[in-house]
Write a protein that binds this ligand. Sequence first.
Ligand SMILES: [Mg+2]
Length: 298
Amino acid sequence: MRQGFLIDMDGVIYRSNELIPGAQQFVSRLLALGIPFAFLTNNSQRTRRDVATKLRRMGIDVEEQHIFTCAMATARFLAQQKPGGTAFVIGEGGLLQALHHNGYSIVDHDPDYVVVGEGRSINFEMMEAAVRMIVGGAKLIATNLDPNCPTSQGLRPGCGATVAMLEAATGIKAFSVGKPSPVMMRSARKELGLATAETTMIGDTMETDILGGVQMGYRTILVLSGGTQREDLVRYAYRPDLVVDSIADLCQNGLLDGVPGAIVSKPPSTQSAYAQPPHPRRREVAFAVDALPATSRG
Ligand SMILES: [Mg+2]
């Protein structure tokens, strides 16, 4: 059985603008072994191209198809729910582009949906307009419910904080698409052409990355290089399959040894970059997480 990875970015491969040691090596090995992977982000601000460029500038050699954002997941979900619909958007380029790309029109009155993402351009007039639209019947969609986001200066309010204000003002609950929603978790897996049992989620946040993976039946790996400490784990009713200090451990502990990533019967068109020549070490073996000592598990 082949394997593929869904990988959170902030706290897993970088913090602020600093790469976490081991990230480059891990991604290089995924590429060399032809193992499908996607970086999953709950930040709707940037397009996948912008995110890929940011990663390349940091030294992570990825293409657009390796990026999957909550803005993409939201736009695809809405296009399925109501093809050719309209949206009033509180958010920025990544979200606007994804909605346009999926056949949506951006309007400033009488929309089908009010769609909320991250952004620094939010003002009270937009919030007032959104409240009136929601009360008037527009559906409230959140790209994610993260309450805040880490920056080099400290925390800034996240999409979840904006959504909470709209929910409080209208008495209407938002539908959220980003991690840990099964909508985004499943959509990302399908984008890679993986089956549930072939999918591993790597993340630093229990409430989004790990919960999302657990709910979907994916393998989950928690890295302690971000917002979660080992002692925090006792507070949760669910646990990751594996806990490691950082992504560097995943290069060292043999996790990728023997993972038959590029054995694909019908590669999706988006996966051309994964079509690597067969790797001599690739063989049908149990996923290496199974072979790890029990003490490594969370
Ligand atoms: Mg993170």
